[in-house]
Design a protein around this ligand. Structure first.
Ligand SMILES: NC(=O)c1ccc[n+]([C@@H]2O[C@H](COP(=O)([O-])OP(=O)(O)OC[C@H]3O[C@@H](n4cnc5c(N)ncnc54)[C@H](O)[C@@H]3O)[C@@H](O)[C@H]2O)c1
Length: 374
């Protein structure tokens, strides 16, 4: 593809305008059209970008505008129908997180994209953040030793959603980072939570992902907290890292701290833990808007026929975990097993990487979970 990639964005509510701003600023694409049911939202965007056409009819965006790619930033319940229609119309597709309302929907989209050799990318924005890239580099270099556990907190007041609970809204960010760092699909998930404001829609959840070799991740999400907190602690056998995404400076701090038990001892009286306290180190990280890198990555994948870092399979993995978390919520926090399955999908035209194909052990629980979020 030599000419600029022609892009259309559907959904110009809270998040869509950020995608519009970034695609419009990138040089190797033309943001041709934005689409929203609300005339008011279109008017607002026209006032910012008078050269971009506004459209209320999604069918026209798909079939009447000659676009190469569609970016979907509507509520989760619309993702599947819109993405499917776009793939069937031969468009490359970028969908905001979470990819869809059920894993069955995600599977269908993955298959459709692979069959039609189209790029399907999911908005796991933090994978494109320079901070998360740096953390991944630190972990992969072995600077922290073996990862023991990760604890994440993503809390604030609102924004309340009507069709999904707080885990489906906020945990995708934490889960995508955790899976990226752990480089492994979890064995099981437990989730507990409570709905305080909207009946049936949990506004506080606490999720635990269990990995092999005694590793785990605890993820706490809330729409009902006075303070905006985006924090992740990675505890390694040699060092510990604290990532505070709200901090202006020093977003990442590495603590030379650990606890060691003596390798052998003869009597209980001889047993003593060794607490190690050392320096604290702040690595330099160049600031760059993650969304800009994410949008550029989508364009690069279209141009080069390559598979996105956050491709449809990564979106499917994440939705499987969310589904299982909903099932666990219904069973008062019981562990729901997650099991990798091998894939048979054809991948002509793309260098698809599938290090951790996913599956779910109890299909009846999946459908219950899918209903819970629809
Ligand atoms: N990556 C991130 O950091 C991030 C942050 C916030 C939200 N999001 C995601 O972005 C998506 C949108 O969230 P939001 O908070 O902006 O939602 P929103 O409700 O504020 O906006 C959605 C917009 O879609 C429009 N819409 C709905 N149906 C439509 C249709 N048939 N045709 C045209 N327009 C239609 C609505 O009018 C609305 O303006 C969600 O998937 C959410 O999870 C991602």
């Amino acid at each position: 593809m030599k000419n600029p990639i022609r892009i259309g964005v559907v959904g110009c509510g809270y998040w869509g305008p950020n995608l519009v701003r970034n695609f419009r600023a990138l040089s190797d694409c033309n943001l041709e059209m934005v689409c929203d049911l609300s005339e008011q939202r279109l008017k607002h965007l026209r006032s910012l970008y008078p050269e971009v056409k506004g459209e209320r009819d999604f069918d026209h965006l798909l079939n009447g505008a000659g676009l190469d790619a569609i970016v979907i930033a509507t509520a989760v319940r619309f993702h599947f129908t819109m993405a499917k229609a776009a793939l069937l119309a031969g468009k490359h597709v970028f969908i905001e997180k979470p990819m869809a309302a059920s894993s069955r929907e995600c599977e269908e989209l993955v298959e459709l994209a692979e069959k039609n050799k189209l790029v399907l990318m999911v908005g796991h924005t933090f994978l494109y953040s320079p901070v998360v890239k740096k953390i991944k580099e630190i972990v992969d270099n072995g600077d922290l030793g073996d990862i023991r556990y990760i604890a994440a907190r993503r809390l604030n007041l609102g924004l309340y959603q009507k069709d999904i609970n707080v885990a489906w809204d906020l945990a995708p960010h934490d889960i995508s980072i955790v899976l990226h760092i752990m480089d492994e699909f979890p064995k099981s998930v437990n989730c507990r939570g409570a709905a305080h404001v909207t009946p049936g829609v949990e506004d506080v959840t606490s999720m635990c992902l269990t990995f092999r070799k005694n590793r785990s991740a605890i993820i706490h999400n809330s729409w009902l907290d006075p303070k905006k907190i985006r924090e992740m602690t990675i505890v390694g056998s040699r060092r510990m890292l604290v990532y505070d995404d709200v901090a202006q400076l020093e977003k990442v701090r590495i603590f030379d701290a650990r606890v060691e038990a003596p390798p052998h001892y003869d009597s209980f009286a001889e047993f003593q833990y060794a607490y190690h306290y050392g320096d604290m180190y702040v690595p330099y990280i160049k600031q760059e808007e993650p969304l800009k890198s994410e949008c550029q990555h989508f364009l690069d994948c279209i141009r080069n026929g390559t598979q996105p870092l956050s491709d449809g399979r990564k979106g499917l993995e994440l939705v499987r975990i969310l589904e299982a978390s909903s099932a666990s919520l219904k069973q008062n926090g019981a562990a729901i097993d997650l099991q990798p399955v091998s894939s048979t999908h054809a991948t002509q035209g793309f260098s698809v990487q599938m290090p951790h194909p996913v599956g779910f052990q109890t299909p009846h629980t999946v459908s219950a979970a899918a209903q819970a979020v629809s």
